[in-house]
Design a binder for this molecule. Structure first.
Ligand code: GLN
Length: 482
C-alpha cells in the first residue's frame, strides 16, 4: 500500500508545490486504495480512473510550468452521486435513473475543476438522499470502515466512508437535514453543512430545495475551509445563491476563543443521549471554557418539533420535485406499456424504492385537501417559530454547541426506526433555519467516535472553522496525553 494516502490534505498541498510527489502518483495511490477497499466497503458507485489520471497529468504539467491553478491543484476527491458530472452516470442510488448520464457539471464540480482538483468517482447514498444510514441505495449498503457491521450514517454515507477509509482526502456530500454531519459523526471525520445559498445548488439533484445544501467532508476543519474557499460564492445558475461576505474562510483559524459566547442547547442535552455523547458534550464544554469561551446554557423551547416540521417540508417538496421522474425524460422506463398513464405508473412503481415512495405518499398527503392547512400550514408556522427562537438566541451567542447524533454508529439493519425519529432533530435545526453547522469527531480510545456539532449564524463558517480547529487540537492533545 502506498503510504501517501495517510497524509493530510495540507501535507499534499505542500508536497505537490514542492514537487516531492506528483498528482499522478497521488491519484494512483488513492485509486489503488479504492481497489483494495471497495469490495468490502462499497463507498463508490462509479469510478473515472482514466479521466482522473489524465487530469492528474495535466495538473503535473501545470506545476512543472510553474502555473498551478490553485493551491489545491492536483488534489483528488470524490462526489456524492446526486451531484452532476458531465459524461458520468448520475443515479442518486435509484433504479429510476438507471442509464442516465449527466450532460453537464454541477457548479461545485466546475469550480473544483478550475482549482485543478482531480475527480476519482462518485459515492453511494441513500436513494435520492432520503435516509440516515446509506442502506436504502439501489447500489447496496455502504459499510462503516471503522466497523463493517455498522452503518456509515447517511445519506452521504459513501462520501463519509471514502474519507474515513482513506480512499479520498475529501469528498462532497449533500445535507438536507443532516446527511453530511451525521455520517461524518458516525465515521469519525469532519462534516460541514454550509449556510443555505453559500454554495451553488446548480447540478445537485433536488430532494427538498428549501433545505438542500451541498456539504463538505474532510479530516479536519482547516481542510474543510480550504474546500469551501474553492467552491463558495454566488452563481448565476442558482437564483438562491449569494456571495459570501468573507474572502478567506481560513482567516480566523489560529485565533483564540477568549470572550466568545457559546450557547449549550439545554433541550439537546439529556434524555436519550448515549454515555459517549454526554461525555463528548461535557469535554467540549469544559475545553472551550478552559480556552476562554463564555459557555452559557440556552433554551430552544420548540426544538422538539424540528424533526416533524422537517419531515413535513422535505416530503412535500420531494413529492413535487420527484414528479419529473416519469419514465419519459430520464433513466428507467417500464416496458410494454399500453398507455402513457401506465408508462408513468409502472416506471415510477418499478423505479423508486420503498423509502422514496413513502416520502412521495406522505408529501402528497400533507399537501392534499384540508391537510394542506392541518399539516403543511402548521409546519410553515412552526418553522417560522423555530427560526425566530434561533435568531433570538443567536443575538446573544456567537455559536451554539450541541451533539450531532444521540449515539455512535449503530448496527446495520437494526435501527430502521432511526428514520423520522427524534435523533434527526439535532441536525434538522440548522437545516430549517438555513444556518451553517459543522460536526467534528470525538474519539475515545477503543470506542467508536461520536459527533460534536457547532452551529452559527448565517455566513459564520470562518468562525465555525476556527473554533472547530481549536477544539480538534485540544482534543488531540488530551488524547495523546493519556
Ligand atoms: N435523515 C434525513 C432524511 O432522511 C436527512 C436526509 C438528508 O439530509 N439528505 O430526510
Amino acid at each position: 500500500m502506498n503510504e501517501l494516502i495517510f497524509r493530510s490534505l495540507d501535507e499534499h498541498k505542500r508536497a505537490l508545490t514542492a514537487r516531492e510527489y506528483s498528482s499522478e502518483e497521488l491519484t494512483r495511490a488513492y485509486l489503488e486504495r479504492i481497489e483494495e477497499k471497495e469490495p468490502s466497503i462499497n463507498s463508490f458507485v462509479s469510478l473515472c480512473q482514466d479521466r482522473a489520471i489524465d487530469a492528474a497529468k495535466e495538473s503535473d504539467e501545470r506545476r512543472r510550468n510553474g502555473a498551478p491553478l490553485s493551491a489545491l491543484d492536483g488534489i483528488p476527491y470524490a462526489a456524492k452521486d446526486n451531484i452532476a458530472v458531465a459524461g458520468l452516470p448520475l443515479r442518486c442510488g435509484s433504479r429510476i435513473l438507471e442509464g442516465y448520464i449527466s450532460p453537464f457539471d454541477a457548479t461545485v464540480i466546475s469550480r473544483l475543476k478550475s482549482s485543478g482538483c482531480v475527480l476519482l468517482g462518485k459515492t453511494n447514498l441513500d436513494e435520492f438522499a432520503m435516509g440516515t444510514d446509506t442502506e436504502t441505495s439501489a447500489n447496496g449498503r455502504t459499510k462503516n470502515p471503522l466497523d463493517e457491521n455498522r452503518v456509515t450514517g447517511g445519506s452521504s454515507g459513501g462520501s463519509a466512508a471514502a474519507v474515513a477509509a482513506y480512499e479520498a482526502p475529501f469528498t462532497l456530500g449533500s445535507d438536507t437535514g443532516g446527511s453530511v454531519r451525521q455520517p461524518a459523526a458516525f465515521c469519525g471525520i469532519v462534516g460541514l453543512r454550509p449556510t443555505y445559498s453559500a454554495l451553488s445548488r446548480y447540478g445537485l439533484v433536488g430532494f427538498s430545495p428549501s433545505l438542500d445544501t451541498i456539504g463538505i467532508l474532510s479530516r479536519s476543519a482547516s481542510e474543510c475551509a480550504d474546500i469551501m474557499n474553492a467552491t463558495v460564492g454566488a452563481d448565476s445558475r442558482d437564483a438562491t445563491s449569494r456571495p459570501f461576505p468573507a474572502s478567506d474562510l481560513r482567516a480566523l483559524i489560529g485565533k483564540d476563543v477568549r470572550g466568545m459566547r457559546i450557547g449549550v442547547v439545554r433541550e439537546a442535552i439529556g434524555e436519550g443521549l448515549s454515555e459517549e455523547v454526554l461525555e463528548a458534550m461535557q469535554v467540549a464544554t469544559d475545553t472551550l471554557r478552559s480556552l476562554g469561551a463564555k459557555m452559557t446554557e440556552i433554551s430552544l423551547p420548540h426544538l422538539h418539533a424540528a424533526y416533524a416540521v422537517y419531515y413535513a417540508f422535505s416530503s412535500a417538496e420531494a413529492a413535487s420535485n420527484l414528479s419529473r421522474f416519469d419514465g419519459v425524460r430520464y433513466g428507467y422506463r417500464a416496458e410494454s406499456c399500453g398507455s402513457i398513464e401506465e408508462l408513468y405508473e409502472r416506471s415510477r412503481a418499478e423505479g423508486f424504492g420503498d423509502e422514496v415512495k413513502r416520502r412521495v405518499l406522505f408529501g402528497n398527503f400533507a399537501l392534499s385537501g384540508e391537510n394542506r392547512e392541518k399539516i403543511y400550514g402548521r409546519a410553515v408556522a412552526m418553522r417560522k417559530q423555530i427560526i425566530a427562537e434561533l435568531s433570538s438566541v443567536l443575538s446573544r451567542c456567537d455559536l451554539l454547541l450541541l451533539p450531532t447524533a444521540s449515539t455512535h454508529a449503530y448496527r446495520a439493519g437494526v435501527k430502521k426506526s432511526a428514520l423520522y425519529c427524534k435523533d434527526d432533530l439535532l441536525c434538522t435545526l440548522a437545516a430549517l433555519a438555513g444556518l451553517p453547522a459543522l460536526s467534528l469527531p470525538y474519539h475515545r480510545d477503543g470506542k467508536l467516535p461520536v459527533g460534536i456539532q457547532l452551529m452559527g449564524p448565517a455566513f459564520s463558517e470562518d468562525r465555525l472553522f476556527s473554533v472547530a480547529h481549536l477544539l480538534e487540537s485540544a482534543l488531540d492533545r488530551r488524547e495523546s496525553a493519556k
